[in-house]
Design a protein around this ligand. Structure first.
Ligand code: PGA
Length: 246
């Protein structure tokens, strides 16, 4: 399977015009590269204007109810209707700034697994947890609670993104040996919780200060199935370089 490269634009850029320019530079810059599956996740307000057949699209979040009195929310079914393919859930910024819990994320995952959308579940420890040696404990808690009640028959569609919080947007990307260790840990967790076949099918990505210089160390040395890219995905030249360097 080709590496999965997810561009998380977060709350950028400011205008639709800038978003269209960024998208068209990226699309034309990577048009001859078919070395990876590339997904662009713009802010909700730009999604319906940007979506077209030249590249795959994803959303940065969704709500677990279908429709109704939920001011400010966008449901998974609305995204499905837009021909979005992926939806990021449980990003650490959603967890820390918007107080999303593992239980909220679990409901979102269940809703997405009943749709045609592919969920990208983000997990990761913060600096304090890491310094106290609690990385695996935190990951188990996130995985257990986010995947609670999800059947083996459905779960293999989920993509898991390991994003250590201390590496996000800091330029302090994690060492590849540590990432490889976490990858094996997640795979073992999935074997115990589901089975080997399911674990083999679930793609695991790395995210946190990925750029054109370090991407291959994650894909090759740490054996990740892809990456989630924030800052480097909104600089078209850097993102094109990153894709071409795979
Ligand atoms: P970053 O963000 O690449 O800017 O570290 C990654 C993310 O938050 O998904």
């Amino acid at each position: 399977m080709k590496p999965l490269i997810i561009a998380n634009w977060k709350c950028n850029p400011l205008t639709l015009r800038e978003a269209q320019d960024l998208l068209s530079s990226v699309v034309s810059g990577i048009k001859d590269s078919d070395n990876s599956e590339i997904v662009i996740c713009p802010p909700f307000c730009f999604l319906s204007s940007l979506i077209n057949d030249s590249i795959l699209f994803g959303a940065q979040n969704c709500y677990f109810e279908d429709k109704g009195a939920y001011t400010g929310e966008v449901s998974a079914l609305m995204l499905e209707d837009l021909d979005c393919k992926y939806v990021i859930v449980g990003h650490s910024e959603r967890r820390s700034l918007f107080k999303e819990t593992n239980q909220d994320i679990n409901l979102k995952l269940k809703k997405l697994l009943d749709s045609s959308l592919i969920p990208v579940l983000c997990i990761g420890e913060n600096r304090e947890d890491r310094e106290q040696g609690k990385t695996f404990e935190i990951l188990i808690e996130q995985l257990e609670e986010c995947l609670s009640g999800i059947l083996k028959e459905k779960v293999n569609k989920v993509v898991i993104a390991y994003e250590p919080i201390w590496a996000i947007g800091t330029g302090k990307n994690a060492e590849t040996e540590k990432i490889e260790e976490v990858r094996s840990f997640i795979k073992d967790f999935l074997i115990k919780k589901f089975d080997k076949d399911t674990s083999d099918k679930i793609r695991i990505l790395y995210g946190g200060s990925v750029d054109s210089n370090n991407i291959n160390s994650y894909l090759k040395e740490a054996k990740m199935d892809g990456v989630l890219v924030g800052g480097a995905s909104i600089k078209s030249e850097e993102f094109i370089k990153l894709v071409k360097s795979i």
